[in-house]
Design a protein around this ligand. Structure first.
Ligand code: COA
Length: 430
């Protein structure tokens, strides 16, 4: 159903809207360096990053072959080949409660040049690409965001939060389990080979994780995107008692100016496919000699490591929104996941863009699977599509949204059904 997502033309009503403003909205062919290089340079500029050398842009170009790239051009600009706006999309599996997945339209590289901001270019590209996803039969859209104020208006809601941990290792004496496997340093090349299978196993049990490889995986390991002056990445892998790799951490170390015993260890990524490997990798990091602080971001809420140390307060956390989801087609989206308790509830959903608008009966069987039907009955609980996106993965309580005045009706029953026992978590930016 999505095989032509790379070539299906951009949405004609967005194209027309932008044309009336003298702008051209179109696809970019990543196999053509003449088109790709300015598109890539435009993103770097608009995200305020230093310009990248041409050979680096040329190296990453190969990774974009399976993504849909689009842009907006102003033919009257000083450099008409450089797009004034960029957008990138691709379909990817998003894990939902019940260890199933839903096909989701991943959105990235949303950027508009300063000279052309606040005249509706993002709105036109976003609405257009959401209509394209809908036409392709993709039931959910998703993104990670630079600012949390932008995407609610397009029907996205934050559904998986991220926690930043700062751990005082002098206070955090390990009291957790003693794992039966072992942790050892490995090379980038080794982890490139056997790390992805670990990510895949963990992905399938955690709502909010997305299927990824290619550029996102290789960037995580520093194969591409490594910048000069950045501290070298270190790689530690946990192998279980049978010798099977089950977890790993990617981290850097920062020396203190005044005290050699006060290094800071920054965890860039930590993934564990088993409880044993989770304990093994964390213990390895927290017991590192010459380190006084361990920092980690993009961690799940309720990180178990807090319960594996002698002093709970040695682990300080702060939480932010991370993955935002947007329901495009209510029936397949809600039927893709399972529910915590059986029953029937009628949801009223308002959607200014029309995709999810309607009244929907959700009927959950004793096995947790659901059937969704559009009905004419009165809604028992009402919300906008942004709130539906927020509760979708089972981590944001409907009762919280009701208290906040963002949802009305039987929020308690909605929570009984929607709650996920596994905390939604997305471990990467995309
Ligand atoms: C954020 C950005 C993409 C917006 O592009 P834009 O073309 O100026 O946006 P639009 O003119 O289409 O505005 C669409 C709506 O979003 C709002 N909006 C735009 N940027 C916003 C921001 N930074 N914060 C809050 N609201 C914003 C507008 O007010 C407008 O609201 P309305 O349609 O409800 O009246 C652009 O400013 C940009 O490139 N910023 C730097 C890169 C970035 O942060 N990208 C987002 C990555 S997740």
């Amino acid at each position: 159903m999505t095989e032509n997502f790379l070539t299906i033309p951009v949405d004609s009503s967005s194209q027309k809207f932008l044309a009336e403003d003298g702008l051209r909205f179109d696809l970019v062919d990543s196999s053509d360096p003449v088109a790709f290089i300015p598109w890539s340079q435009s993103i770097t500029r608009n995200f305020l990053a230093p310009a990248e050398p041409l050979d680096k842009i040329e190296r990453v170009r190969a990774y974009y072959g399976d993504m849909r790239l689009s842009g907006v051009w102003d033919d009257s600009a000083a450099d008409p080949s450089m797009p004034v706006a960029t957008f990138r999309t691709w379909p990817a599996d998003l894990t939902v409660p019940g260890a199933g997945s839903v096909l989701a339209w991943a959105i990235s590289s949303v950027a508009v040049t300063g000279s052309h901001r606040r005249r509706g270019i993002t709105r036109a590209m976003m609405e257009g690409e959401l209509r394209t996803a809908s036409a392709l039969g993709i039931p959910v859209a998703m993104l990670t965001v630079s600012e949390s104020t932008i995407y609610g208006r397009f029907g996205f809601g934050p559904s998986a939060m991220a926690s930043e941990l700062v751990i005082d290792t002098r206070r955090a004496r390990w009291t957790g389990p003693t794992p039966s496997g072992r942790v050892q340093y490995v090379t980038q090349e080794q982890l490139l080979v056997d790390g992805h299978a670990i990510v895949e196993r963990a992905r399938l049990s955690t709502p909010g994780q997305i299927q990824y490889d290619g550029i996102l995986w290789e960037r995580l390991l520093g194969v591409i995107g490594g910048e000069e002056g950045v501290r070298p990445l270190r790689f530690a892998r946990y192998d279980d008692a049978d010798g099977t790799p089950q977890g790993f951490a990617i981290f850097t170390l920062k020396e203190s100016d005044t005290d050699f015993t006060e290094h800071e260890l920054n965890v860039h990524y930590l993934m564990a496919a088993t409880d044993d490997s989770y304990a093994g990798v964390w213990r390895f990091l927290l017991e590192a000699d010459l380190v006084s602080t361990v920092k980690a971001d993009l961690r799940p809420l309720n990180e178990p490591v807090r319960w594996m140390v002698a002093d709970y307060r040695s682990v300080r956390t702060s939480d932010v929104d991370h993955l935002w989801t947007r329901i495009l087609d209510v029936k397949p989206a809600l039927e893709a996941r399972t529910y915590a308790s059986p029953g029937r509830i009628v949801l009223g959903v308002s959607d200014p863009l029309g995709f999810a608008d309607g009244t929907w009966a959700l009927e959950v069987g004793t096995d947790g699977s659901a059937t969704v039907t559009e009905v004419a009955a009165p809604a028992e609980v009402s919300m906008s599509v942004s709130e539906l996106g927020a509760i979708y993965l089972g981590g944001v309580p409907a009762t919280t949204l009701a208290t906040a005045g963002r949802l009305t009706g039987d929020a308690e029953r909605l929570d009984e059904m929607f709650h996920s026992t596994v905390t939604p978590w997305l471990s990467i930016w995309f």
